[in-house]
Design a protein. Structure first.
Length: 162
């Protein structure tokens, strides 16, 4: 229709081609960035296998049961005990919602069966599976959680009862 320049239809086609080209470039850029730069810090050190910290932990790779690799771990037993308390709160809500007073002992196995926690291993040796429980009590609307954990001979919370 317009013999002196581009028409609207040509302009829309050009914008579409440029838009598709930008999408393809963005996808390629993200793939390259995540593959080659994502696991490294600003100094080029591979953060997944960095063992410069004293608090690293050996953990089993899910691809092979025999292979192990080193990852950084800042988790402490106090963190694990706190995770047990949080999971127990959800467990009590799901199973003892009408409990107004009294106490319940929630085993670590129960929390794992309900998929509220994963299996807990000793921080110093990932072949040692930990056992434990949370004592939950409620009295007059006041809730109290006390977590207890035993990881073989490596760790045992004060007050843990066999």
């Amino acid at each position: 229709m317009n013999n002196r320049g581009w028409g609207l239809d040509v302009m829309l086609r050009l914008c579409s081609v440029i838009g598709i080209a930008l999408i393809v470039v963005a996808i390629i850029y993200n793939f390259y960035y995540k593959k080659n730069v994502g696991g490294f810090d600003k100094d080029g050190v591979d953060t997944e296998y960095n063992t410069s910290d004293e608090n690293y932990q050996y953990s089993t790779d899910t691809r092979s049961e025999d292979d192990t690799y080193v990852t950084e771990s800042k988790k402490t037993y106090d963190d694990i005990l706190e995770e047990m308390k949080v999971a127990s709160d959800t467990y009590v809500t799901n199973h003892y919602n009408n409990l107004k007073s009294g106490s319940v002992r929630i085993s670590l196995d129960s929390l794992i069966e309900d998929k509220l926690l994963d299996t807990i291993y000793a921080l110093d040796d990932n072949t040692v599976i930990c056992n434990g429980y949370v004592d939950y009590s409620i009295n007059g609307g006041s809730k109290e959680y006390k977590s207890y954990l035993k990881c073989g001979d490596l760790y045992k919370t004060d007050g843990y009862q066999e």
